[in-house]
Ligand binder design. Sequence first.
Ligand SMILES: NC(=O)c1ccc[n+]([C@@H]2O[C@H](COP(=O)([O-])OP(=O)(O)OC[C@H]3O[C@@H](n4cnc5c(N)ncnc54)[C@H](O)[C@@H]3O)[C@@H](O)[C@H]2O)c1
Length: 293
Amino acid sequence: MVADEIVRVLVVGAGTMGQQIALQCAGHGLSVVMLDSDPEALTRARAQLTGMGAALGSDPAFAGTDLVQAVAAITYETDPATAAADVDLVSESVPEDPALKGAVFAELDRWCPERTIFASNTSSLLPSMYAEATGRPDRLAALHFHQPVWSANIVDVMPHPGTSPETIETLLGLSVRIGQIPIQLRKESPGYVFNAMYNALNREAITLATNGVATIEDIDLAWTTVTKMPHGPFGMLDFVGIDTAWHITQYWATVTQDPQLLANAAWLKGYVDTGRTGVKAGKGFYDYSPATD
Ligand SMILES: NC(=O)c1ccc[n+]([C@@H]2O[C@H](COP(=O)([O-])OP(=O)(O)OC[C@H]3O[C@@H](n4cnc5c(N)ncnc54)[C@H](O)[C@@H]3O)[C@@H](O)[C@H]2O)c1
């Protein structure tokens, strides 16, 4: 299948990234269905997307599109069989766990048409870790977005050794169609290009806080004052989601048994366990509750 033939996209996982990918696809003329195992996540996604559609209607990233109408056309499903009917592409954004991603793709393989391409938005895993589990390894690659998807519009296209050349071409072409700038990875590598650099920053920032070297406010202050960026590492992690940062850190801590990574994961878990997962929860390293006056 060539990129121009992609009409209908199934976004699986309706959290932070699934919502933004759905918006990007719908805002570039694709038909979108969202699938999540948690009905409440779909309710939240619908509300969030309605708000984003209204707020970003005049953003140049969506020029020439009625974004409110495009968002209203997105449908929401908890049943994989219904969601998978007649989709050309699956974009997966479930939590960072290779067994979970493999199981989700294996289930969708039962219901998706033969032509459907599977794209994973994993942050730090390798598609080869779950390629066989998908049942269609030749039609699987990573298609990794950055947030906010419409403005941080670099997308990594990372094949695994069994990905077909046709799948890579289709994903490169689709990326351009949906307003993204694709970077094709020459080999599998955890963290792609931007994330490889960004993960190193996060690891060092979290290490400083975990080891009690400086407060999160001072670590962010050092970063923002020198770089003139609006947010420091912890402010940025609040947008990523501290639960997502914990999933990534915990996975690699378990694999490597690196004592510092294990300590960093335990420190992040303290925030997750108290519901402070970042902007999406209204509180994370910082407080995002609406001001009362
Ligand atoms: N947050 C970021 O900035 C970012 C950026 C790029 C990539 N990623 C990657 O994207 C993926 C998702 O991250 P996120 O931050 O959107 O996570 P999230 O926690 O915000 O959302 C994950 C969603 O997946 C759903 N889910 C869990 N199990 C499921 C299943 N079996 N079937 C269907 N849905 C299921 C959850 O209910 C939830 O709504 C991860 O692999 C993450 O590493 C995250």
